[in-house]
Design a protein around this ligand. Structure first.
Ligand code: NZQ
Ligand code: ZN
Length: 389
């Protein structure tokens, strides 16, 4: 049965080559003071910075900048950006970059008018904002996280080696608009492209591998997964293929904008493990997920056998004839493993610098999730991590 839910998304999307033109209409809705937020400089090399600045100037905006937002943005960077956003009396935070930059802008948006320590409020006590939230707009340059159309903001506390995800309940935190131009993603290094592809796929898995009810969300998920698999093969063979890259961009947005989680439970254990690895080592998000996924799914398969069988047949075209349920389910995971190797994701934690001695420390910073078919105990977390080495 599909459970009860509400669904509201305030994010207006501008999709396609040249969609940065949508900025002009959007910018006219906000006050004069814009804080432009970006990462380590890729947007200056590929011309996206110039395109955005041109629109900001045309709209008569006063622009302050926060640059150098790192992958897996940190608490210290949040404090640093607060000073700029407050001094500039920001009317709009414009994030130009990947998930890290978009997440950072959202964390800043709830912090600018916060009278207390925002880290303590939002990432220690996990409270909701009770002050005005500064509007956020995004120009996406890296595909994968879905941050462009959700209320999640993942931040890292480097001191405690912990990566924390706050998915805000308030839709005020969602971007007001996002520009999705697939051509902006064509300069991504292959490693980042592939990492993003696996992130998309895993977001869908996290929402799919839970529950036994018959619901529309799982059918949508299967279609999205098939689309990711198909387009990823084309993009890996030819990263400049616009059709594949545009399909990946659109799939990423729908994979994590709450649509496919409506009316059902979820899992998020792979993200729990991947974030623990990321917090501990600074590893690239999608690659950390990839390294732990197969060990985790093989571990929980007996508890969700029916769904893993359905995954094998409906997503990977495994023929169940002559196979037991378990054989069919395992064949699905083998097909998934084959695809992961084919596109070139990281298959082992050791490739991310993790050693056996680190596993207890990684388990210490893992924030347990209820899980889909099985809530992992600490011993099971260690087991899955060890099998992922
Ligand atoms: O910093 P620059 O120089 O821009 O380089 C970036 C960065 O090094 C580069 N890049 C981005 N666009 C580019 C480009 N290089 C060339 N051409 C372009 N067009 O790519 C690198 C990675 O960027 P980043 O934003 O870190 O990647 P991603 O989009 O994967 O974001 C990862 C962050 O998002 C969080 C992750 O945990 C991680 O902190 N997530 C956010 C989620 C959400 N809001 O819902 C959900 C996800 O599961 C995830 O946890
Ligand atoms: Zn993710």
């Amino acid at each position: 049965m599909l459970g009860n839910f509400s669904y509201h998304t305030p994010t207006k999307l501008y999709f396609g080559a040249g969609s940065v033109d949508g900025l002009e209409e959007e910018l006219s809705r906000y006050g004069k003071n814009v804080v432009l937020i970006y990462g380590g400089g890729s947007i200056k090399k590929n011309g996206i910075y110039d395109s955005v600045i041109e629109r900001l100037e045309k709209s008569g905006k006063a622009v302050a900048e926060i640059s150098g937002v790192m992958p897996n943005p940190t608490k210290d960077k949040l404090y640093e950006g607060l000073e700029t956003a407050r001094a500039h009396q920001a009317d709009l935070l414009l994030a130009v970059g990947g998930g890290s930059v978009c997440d950072y802008a959202k964390a800043l948006s709830v912090s600018v008018h916060c009278g207390e320590d925002p880290w303590e409020k939002y990432y220690v006590r996990f409270e909701e904002p009770d002050v005005p939230v500064v509007p956020v707009g995004c120009v996406l340059t890296m595909v994968g996280t879905g941050s462009e159309m959700n209320a999640g903001a993942v931040m890292t506390d480097t001191e405690h080696r912990q990566k924390l995800c706050h998915v805000f309940a308030s839709s005020d935190v969602m971007p007001k608009f996002t520009v999705l131009d697939p051509t902006y993603t064509l300069t991504l290094p292959r490693y980042q492209m592939v990492s993003g592809i696996y992130d998309i796929f895993n977001h869908i898995c996290e929402q799919y591998f839970s529950g036994t009810d018959d619901n529309t969300s799982d059918y949508i998920s299967e279609g999205l997964m098939r689309s990711v698999i198909h387009s990823s093969r084309i993009a890996v063979a030819d990263p400049q293929d616009y059709e594949a890259r545009s399909n990946l961009m659109w799939t990423a947005t729908w994979a994590l904008n709450t649509l496919i989680s409506r009316g059902k439970s979820g899992d998020w254990s792979v993200h729990m493990l991947g974030h623990a690895v990321g917090g501990y080592t600074g590893a690239t998000h999608g690659m950390a997920l990839a390294a732990v996924s197969l060990a985790y799914y093989r571990h929980i398969l007996p508890y969700g056998l029916e769904k893993f069988k359905r995954f094998a047949v409906n997503v990977w075209d495994v023929d169940p004839a002559g196979k037991t349920e378990e054989q069919t389910a395992l064949a699905g995971l083998s097909a998934m493993e084959h695809w992961m190797r084919e596109i070139g994701v990281v298959m082992h934690l050791t490739d991310l610098g993790v050693t056996g001695e680190m596993l207890e420390g990684i388990a210490d910073v893992a924030v347990p999730t209820p899980g889909g078919y099985k809530t992992l105990s600490r011993d099971e977390i260690i087991t899955v991590l060890r099998e992922s080495l």
